[in-house]
Design a binder for this molecule. Structure first.
Ligand SMILES: [Zn+2]
Length: 300
């Protein structure tokens, strides 16, 4: 049976929201070449595919940093360690602009396809790469959101303080691990630009190019829902996707619209983590791995 969800999560104005109707968290993954290389090392030979991903650090990221600067809003950028090694100046520029850089594995290989030892290596190696740029991340997002039941435990054990990979809520909660509390800031596919904009013929990392107007319509519907129900509007974007000119303009309009609503507060992941930990009413949960009976589910 799933755990009870009673508690103070239905409080009309929980402390973590600080009086706002909803919290908006703008997040960007700066994945660079890693999602394509995770599909196969051979794609390093594909100049088009590699250059498609290099657009991230070369053009998309600087453009998005410029748009954020127009509003003086701080955002959270998730960076795989390999990308930090390949594009150190681009990643350092994020910090210099006053934003948060968080952990996003080393190679962007999905944790569900790794052994526990390999997943730990990804955590440690990714952290090492960010430390080399004097970046000390607080947050973590598993690549492709492919978290395992070990991920929260491992993240906490290496000193990380929040995760944004699990989808069983639309408000923050605290995961109790043996290494201490880990704040979960739940994301969702509906608030991810990959599902709107990602197309590449080979490897087939995405199959869709939607107009920005459609993405904005979807995201604003979620925003207004979060305002009514009091949730976390966490937008997940990728600088090689949302950094394209027409999409970047649409993001500017979206930020203007959120500001016009007047009752939404922007927070980075690290800021929201602090607010969640300071709120005694936030629900605490233990992860309970699902066990599937092989007789009921014979297909692996
Ligand atoms: Zn990613």
């Amino acid at each position: 049976m799933p755990q009870s969800t009673t508690g103070s999560i239905d409080s009309p104005s929980p402390q973590w929201r600080g009086g706002a109707a909803a919290i908006a968290m703008l997040t960007f993954a700066v994945d660079g070449e890693t999602p394509v290389l995770a599909a196969g090392r051979r794609y390093a030979q594909h100049a088009m595919a590699m250059s498609h991903q290099a657009y991230d650090a070369r053009r998309g990221l600087p453009r998005l940093l410029g748009i954020l600067a127009e509003f003086d809003i701080s955002a959270t950028f998730f960076v795989p360690g390999l990308c930090a090694e390949r594009w150190p100046h681009a990643i350092s520029a994020i910090v210099e602009a006053g934003h948060e850089v968080a952990h996003h594995s080393y190679s962007h290989r999905p944790s569900t396809e790794l052994t526990p030892a390999e997943e730990r290596w990804e955590f440690e190696r990714g952290l090492e790469a960010l430390h080399a740029l004097d970046i000390h991340p607080v947050g973590y997002r598993s690549p492709m959101w492919a978290a395992t039941w070990n991920s929260a435990e491992t993240a906490t054990s290496i000193g990380l303080g929040y995760d944004t990979s699990l989808m069983d809520d639309d408000r923050p909660y605290i995961i109790e691990t043996t290494a201490g509390p880990l704040v979960e800031l739940p994301p969702h596919w509906s608030l991810d630009d990959w599902e709107q904009y990602a197309y590449l013929n080979e490897p087939r990392i995405g199959n869709i190019i939607e107009p920005p107007e459609k993405a904005m319509q979807l995201w604003l519907a979620e925003l207004d829902g979060m305002r009514e129900f009091g949730g976390l509007f966490q937008l997940t974007m990728h600088s090689f996707l949302s950094g394209r000119p027409g999409r970047a303009r649409a993001l500017r309009t979206l930020i203007e619209t959120i500001l016009e609503r007047g009752d939404v507060a922007f927070r980075t992941g690290a800021q929201l983590r602090e607010a969640v930990l300071a709120d005694p009413g936030v629900e605490r949960r233990k992860l309970e791995p699902v066990v599937a009976d092989p007789h009921t589910y014979p297909n692996w």
